[in-house]
Design a protein around this ligand. Sequence first.
Ligand code: ZN
Length: 226
Amino acid sequence: MDMEERRSHSQSTTAQTNTPVMNFLFLSGVLALDLVNTEVVVRGKRYDLFSSPGDVARWWQDAITHHPDVEDVRGETQAIVWSLSLLETMKQIRAAIRTLCTNLVEHQPLEQEAFATLNAILAMGYLALELASEQELIPTYRTREAEQGTILLPIVLSAFHLFTRAEKQRLHKCRNHRCILFFYDGTKSATRQWCSLECMNRARSLQHYQSVKKERTDRTAPAQAS
Ligand SMILES: [Zn+2]
């Protein structure tokens, strides 16, 4: 085994042991936030679940089953092209939505650049009338850019509804300060604070561990001093 081989071997081993197997998460209640949640923190390390156009294709398959009410955007042709350019655009949209969500939960002014990114996508779509029956017209959403528009528009329309129609006080970042996930609290009582029960338990056991450790340190500190 030469150096080059050894290096690539050790790299692949590292990748296998360090990258946990992660499923896409659909716990936020909103399509746009589920996109934001494709960036996760596991054991203190941040991971991007979108590393290839194939990841985006797999996520979208899952996303439309979790959000059957997703806006149906019609293209002139039907096929989405799973390209690197689509991957890049998805990441830009994701960053823009994360910025605006962060602005909202931290009570900061909304960043213009972030909603300009979303406006550029909204400009890909247009409303049209469609004949549903002999006497009935229904509104439809269409795009001339079917290769990307039929996936980007439903996501950005979800963000559009979230930012303009939803109750802002129900938008939250998970209370676990190590977690970066967002969700929309759809509970009747509006008391949801955590992305998941697992995350709540992890945060509480860490808090417990830290308080026990602090207690021990406090107890041993005078002994060390003497
Ligand atoms: Zn969490």
